[in-house]
Design a binder for this molecule. Structure first.
Ligand SMILES: Nc1ncnc2c1ncn2[C@H]1C[C@H](O)[C@@H](COP(=O)(O)OP(=O)(O)OP(=O)(O)O)O1
Ligand SMILES: Nc1ncnc2c1ncn2[C@H]1C[C@H](O)[C@@H](COP(=O)(O)O)O1
Ligand SMILES: [Mg+2]
Length: 210
């Protein structure tokens, strides 16, 4: 059991279609970290056509969360495989539930993150992007019904993860509509750049980038 070399871990969270993968690509290009998306790892298992993959397809098509053990199995293998050359890991889409935020439930090989990058975008923006992505992505979950369920799973199960790490002072918010990577620490509970997800219309910056 090869241990994962100690290095920086950045967890990356945000709603479906907020731009986690897009922002991670930019961070990789600029800082050379290793990007691991738990969703991509799960889809690779589906593509491989294993029995486990068939069960995963059904869960993902419903817009629900995959059991933690499955996610951790894949994540640890991927981290171990790349740990010799990784400067740091960007772990995109993990954790998805607040009960998995403490160290012991993450397992001994995935320690607490250096930072949680939170990609913020309005629900209507995310829906619009995912429907557009669905025209070419081939992703089974880029359809209206699954998107609705994924949003609901995100707000009920995953959003509390942000509050958990905010209490520890390690959340950095990335505005998911900005061009390039713009990371800043949210100093106030409600900064002028922040807007609520329900009922808000996109800001000018957001409308212009979509
Ligand atoms: N800042 C942006 N402005 C306009 N479009 C964007 C922006 N960021 C991402 N997109 C587009 C690219 C994709 O087609 C789509 C979703 O982005 P993506 O990076 O795949 O989101 P994500 O990784 O958070 O989604 P998922 O959770 O479904 O994997 O939106
Ligand atoms: N960390 C995860 N825990 C549980 N389920 C997950 C995790 N990462 C991805 N999933 C499942 C559930 C999502 O709807 C799909 C797609 O993930 P995405 O990050 O949007 O590509 O996979
Ligand atoms: Mg993604």
């Amino acid at each position: 059991n090869k241990p994962i070399r100690l290095c920086n871990y950045f967890f990356v969270t945000g709603g479906p279609g907020s731009g986690k993968g897009t922002q991670c690509e930019k961070i990789v290009a600029k800082y050379g970290y290793t990007h691991l998306s738990t969703g991509d790892l799960l889809r690779a298992e589906v593509t491989a056509g294993s029995e486990r993959g068939k069960k995963l397809t059904a869960i993902m098509e419903r817009g629900e969360l995959v059991p933690l053990e499955t996610v951790l199995d894949m994540l640890k293998d991927a981290m171990i495989a790349q740990s010799d050359k990784a400067k740091g890991f960007l772990i995109d889409g993990y954790p998805r539930e607040v009960q998995y935020c403490n160290k012991s439930s993450c397992g001994p090989q995935i320690g607490p993150p250096t930072l949680l990058l939170y990609i913020d975008a309005a629900a209507e923006t995310m829906v619009k992007r995912l429907l557009k992505r669905g025209q070419t992505s081939g992703r089974a979950d880029d359809n209206e019904e699954t998107i609705r369920n994924r949003l609901s799973t995100y707000y009920s199960a995953t959003e509390p993860v942000i509050g958990f790490y905010e209490k520890r002072g390690i959340v950095r918010k990335v505005m998911g509509f900005a061009k390039g990577v713009s990371i800043y620490q949210e100093k106030k509970a409600q900064s002028p750049h922040t807007f609520h997800l329900s009922g808000d219309s996109p800001t000018r910056a957001e409308s212009s980038s979509d």
